[in-house]
Design a protein around this ligand. Structure first.
Ligand code: SF4
Length: 122
Protein backbone atom coordinates (compact mmCIF):
# COMPACT_ATOMS: atom_id res chain seq x y z
CA UNK A 1 0.00 0.00 0.00
CA UNK A 2 1.36 3.39 -1.02
CA UNK A 3 1.79 6.17 1.54
CA UNK A 4 3.07 9.75 1.19
CA UNK A 5 5.35 11.28 3.86
CA UNK A 6 6.40 14.91 4.16
CA UNK A 7 9.82 15.81 5.58
CA UNK A 8 11.92 18.93 5.99
CA UNK A 9 15.52 18.38 4.97
CA UNK A 10 17.91 19.25 7.82
CA UNK A 11 21.12 18.99 5.78
CA UNK A 12 21.43 22.73 5.10
CA UNK A 13 19.69 25.99 6.11
CA UNK A 14 17.45 26.05 3.02
CA UNK A 15 15.27 23.35 4.60
CA UNK A 16 13.60 21.97 1.47
CA UNK A 17 10.18 20.37 1.91
CA UNK A 18 10.54 16.82 0.68
CA UNK A 19 7.76 14.46 -0.32
CA UNK A 20 8.46 10.75 -0.15
CA UNK A 21 6.23 8.08 -1.58
CA UNK A 22 6.53 4.82 0.36
CA UNK A 23 5.37 1.34 -0.52
CA UNK A 24 5.39 -0.39 2.85
CA UNK A 25 8.97 0.06 4.08
CA UNK A 26 10.32 0.74 0.59
CA UNK A 27 10.94 4.25 -0.79
CA UNK A 28 9.30 4.58 -4.23
CA UNK A 29 10.07 8.21 -5.00
CA UNK A 30 11.57 11.36 -3.48
CA UNK A 31 10.67 14.85 -4.68
CA UNK A 32 11.01 18.47 -3.55
CA UNK A 33 14.71 18.21 -2.72
CA UNK A 34 16.99 20.74 -4.42
CA UNK A 35 20.07 18.51 -4.35
CA UNK A 36 21.14 14.86 -3.95
CA UNK A 37 21.80 15.30 -0.23
CA UNK A 38 18.09 15.76 0.33
CA UNK A 39 17.32 12.55 -1.54
CA UNK A 40 19.85 10.63 0.56
CA UNK A 41 18.59 12.24 3.79
CA UNK A 42 14.95 11.38 3.07
CA UNK A 43 15.70 7.77 2.16
CA UNK A 44 17.80 7.28 5.30
CA UNK A 45 15.35 9.10 7.56
CA UNK A 46 12.50 6.82 6.52
CA UNK A 47 14.42 3.54 6.51
CA UNK A 48 17.26 3.87 9.09
CA UNK A 49 17.04 7.23 10.89
CA UNK A 50 20.16 8.32 12.76
CA UNK A 51 21.57 11.43 14.41
CA UNK A 52 24.73 13.02 15.75
CA UNK A 53 24.24 13.40 19.54
CA UNK A 54 25.74 16.38 21.37
CA UNK A 55 25.99 16.76 25.14
CA UNK A 56 28.38 17.67 27.96
CA UNK A 57 30.48 15.57 30.34
CA UNK A 58 31.57 16.45 33.88
CA UNK A 59 35.24 17.37 34.37
CA UNK A 60 37.11 17.49 37.65
CA UNK A 61 40.22 19.61 38.16
CA UNK A 62 39.58 21.70 35.06
CA UNK A 63 39.00 25.37 34.26
CA UNK A 64 35.28 24.59 33.69
CA UNK A 65 33.00 21.99 35.34
CA UNK A 66 32.00 20.36 32.03
CA UNK A 67 33.26 19.86 28.50
CA UNK A 68 31.13 19.61 25.37
CA UNK A 69 31.12 16.30 23.52
CA UNK A 70 29.47 14.70 20.51
CA UNK A 71 29.24 11.38 18.75
CA UNK A 72 31.94 11.13 16.08
CA UNK A 73 29.34 9.65 13.72
CA UNK A 74 25.57 9.18 13.53
CA UNK A 75 23.89 6.77 15.95
CA UNK A 76 20.56 5.02 15.28
CA UNK A 77 17.68 7.20 16.48
CA UNK A 78 16.36 4.47 18.80
CA UNK A 79 19.75 4.43 20.61
CA UNK A 80 19.84 8.17 21.41
CA UNK A 81 18.46 7.86 24.97
CA UNK A 82 20.91 5.00 25.73
CA UNK A 83 23.75 7.19 24.45
CA UNK A 84 22.66 10.14 26.62
CA UNK A 85 22.34 7.88 29.69
CA UNK A 86 25.86 6.51 29.15
CA UNK A 87 27.33 10.00 28.62
CA UNK A 88 25.70 11.23 31.85
CA UNK A 89 27.65 8.63 33.88
CA UNK A 90 31.06 9.75 32.59
CA UNK A 91 33.36 11.96 34.64
CA UNK A 92 36.69 13.09 33.21
CA UNK A 93 39.88 14.36 34.78
CA UNK A 94 41.35 17.56 33.26
CA UNK A 95 43.05 18.24 30.94
CA UNK A 96 40.67 17.30 28.12
CA UNK A 97 41.52 18.14 24.52
CA UNK A 98 39.41 18.51 21.38
CA UNK A 99 39.13 15.13 19.71
CA UNK A 100 39.87 13.08 22.85
CA UNK A 101 37.80 9.89 22.79
CA UNK A 102 35.66 10.03 25.92
CA UNK A 103 33.70 6.77 25.34
CA UNK A 104 34.40 4.12 22.70
CA UNK A 105 31.48 2.42 20.97
CA UNK A 106 28.96 4.25 23.11
CA UNK A 107 25.85 2.22 24.05
CA UNK A 108 26.99 -0.65 21.84
CA UNK A 109 26.99 1.45 18.65
CA UNK A 110 29.87 1.99 16.22
CA UNK A 111 30.21 5.60 17.38
CA UNK A 112 32.76 7.04 19.80
CA UNK A 113 32.05 10.07 21.98
CA UNK A 114 34.69 12.76 21.40
CA UNK A 115 35.41 16.06 23.17
CA UNK A 116 34.61 19.16 21.13
CA UNK A 117 36.30 21.71 23.42
CA UNK A 118 39.40 22.19 25.52
CA UNK A 119 39.34 21.95 29.30
CA UNK A 120 42.66 22.87 30.89
CA UNK A 121 43.96 21.59 34.21
CA UNK A 122 44.00 24.21 36.99
S1 SF4 B 1 17.76 19.15 -0.33
FE1 SF4 B 1 19.77 20.08 -0.57
S2 SF4 B 1 19.33 22.27 -0.81
FE2 SF4 B 1 17.49 21.33 0.09
S3 SF4 B 1 17.74 21.55 2.33
FE3 SF4 B 1 18.56 19.53 1.74
S4 SF4 B 1 20.75 19.88 1.47
FE4 SF4 B 1 19.75 21.87 1.39
Amino acid sequence: MSEVKELTCICCPIGCSITVEMDGKEVKSVSGNNCPRGDAYARKELTAPSRIVTSTVKVTGGDRPVVSVKTASDVPKEKIMDVIREISKVELQAPVHIGDVVVSHVAGTDADIVATAENEKV
